[in-house]
Design a protein around this ligand. Structure first.
Ligand code: 13P
Length: 364
């Protein structure tokens, strides 16, 4: 006989649900600024800036110190551990800088991927050991949500049943540990864009992965109202010769989500996954125009697609700080509009926002 022992009090559930709703309030999405030190190094290398702790701090300060009106389109910011304990130029801890703007502070808690033996390079994600203690400490340090990224890939034989089951289970286990510690888990089963597969194949795989993820979430008694999903959009592989329109991408994405994501989930915050800034905004707006019932908020949790223009404008020079901040705010506002289906491209987007941000087998 199945039986659920009580796991969260009414107050705990209310707190989790209200955090999740604040993050995805109308017109808002998430800035994913949780690049690990290594990943940040690659970003900085592109603009010929040395990967020092101070340069990483400086760039994050540049993003976090923009005008407070940013909170009209950004409801949450995801930090990397190092950033959580750094301070702004004015000597204020970054979590306070963000909270003072009315934005919710999040943290990446996974410890990266590890190979699944006997598969064609498939992975699971590590970080469950000590996770409860880390979450409890982060909560004390002002954090209210977490992120954990799992990675799946599409090829003739992938993803395997093993990879789907293992990643669904580890995401659900992570989600339940976060909720016990008062953190809203962002559940991220990213299907990589690498490959020549078409739109239909990505939709099929996305449906299988999400269905398995929500079965595992139910098995682990995760309180869905206090979670957010961070999926890939349904898109053809990056090497697919056939191109699909934003309307086709949007319809395939919403169809896959409607078939698999319970309506109790308050918000779905897409990752940008190597799309150009402009493409990620156009697709999000098209998704919010699909003429089907969409019971959740559909918004952004972009890393590359919110920071590329800002990095390109900054180039590591203090004199460019304001231009970089303007580039970031402009992208955030565009994505805020897209999350309401209201972004209409002017056709005048600048060069850097049109550039593909794809990297093969992306590691975050
Ligand atoms: P991208 O938007 O750059 O894909 O990254 C978002 C993210 O947080 C991946 O875990």
């Amino acid at each position: 006989m199945t039986h659920q022992y009580p796991s969260l009090s009414t107050e705990q559930k209310q707190e989790l649900a209200s955090i999740a709703q604040r993050i995805v309030a109308p017109g808002k999405g998430i800035l994913a600024a949780d690049e690990s030190t290594g990943t940040m190094g690659k970003r900085l290398e592109n603009i010929k800036v040395e990967n020092t702790e101070e340069n990483r701090r400086y760039f994050r300060d540049l993003l976090f110190s923009v005008d407070p009106s940013i909170s009209e389109c950004v409801g949450g910011v995801i930090f990397f551990h190092e950033t959580l304990y750094q301070k702004s130029d004015k000597g204020v801890l970054f979590p306070k800088v963000i909270k003072d703007k009315g934005i919710v502070v999040g943290i990446k808690v996974d410890k990266g991927t590890a190979g699944l033996t006997g598969t064609d390079g498939e992975t699971t994600t590590q970080g469950l050991d000590g996770l409860s203690e880390r979450c409890a400490q982060y909560k004390k340090d002002g954090v209210d949500f977490a992120k954990w990224r799992c990675v799946l890939k599409i090829s003739d034989g992938c993803p395997t049943a093993l990879a789907i089951a293992e990643n669904a289970n580890v995401l659900a286990r992570y989600a339940s540990i976060c909720q016990q510690n008062g953190l809203v888990p962002i559940v991220e089963p990213e299907i990589l864009p690498d490959g020549a597969h078409d739109l239909k194949r990505c939709q099929y795989v996305t449906e299988k992965v999400l269905a398995a993820t929500y079965k595992a979430m139910s098995d682990h008694h995760v309180y869905l109202e206090g979670t957010l999903l961070k999926p890939n959009m349904v898109m053809a592989g990056q090497a697919c010769p056939k191109k699909f329109t934003p309307t086709e991408v949007a319809m395939a994405t919403v169809t896959a989500l409607r078939r698999t994501v319970p309506s109790a989930v308050p918000g779905i915050c897409f990752l940008s996954g190597g799309q150009s800034e402009e493409e990620a905004s156009v697709h999000l707006s098209a998704i919010n125009q699909v003429p089907l019932h969409r019971p959740w908020k559909l918004t952004f949790s972009y890393g590359r697609a919110l920071q590329a223009s800002a990095l390109a404008a900054w180039k590591g020079l203090p004199a460019n700080k304001q231009a970089a901040q303007e580039a970031f705010c402009s992208r955030a506002k565009i994505n805020g509009l897209a999350s309401k289906g209201e972004y209409k491209p002017t056709g005048q987007a600048d060069q850097s926002s049109m550039q593909s941000l794809f990297t093969a087998s992306y590691v975050y």
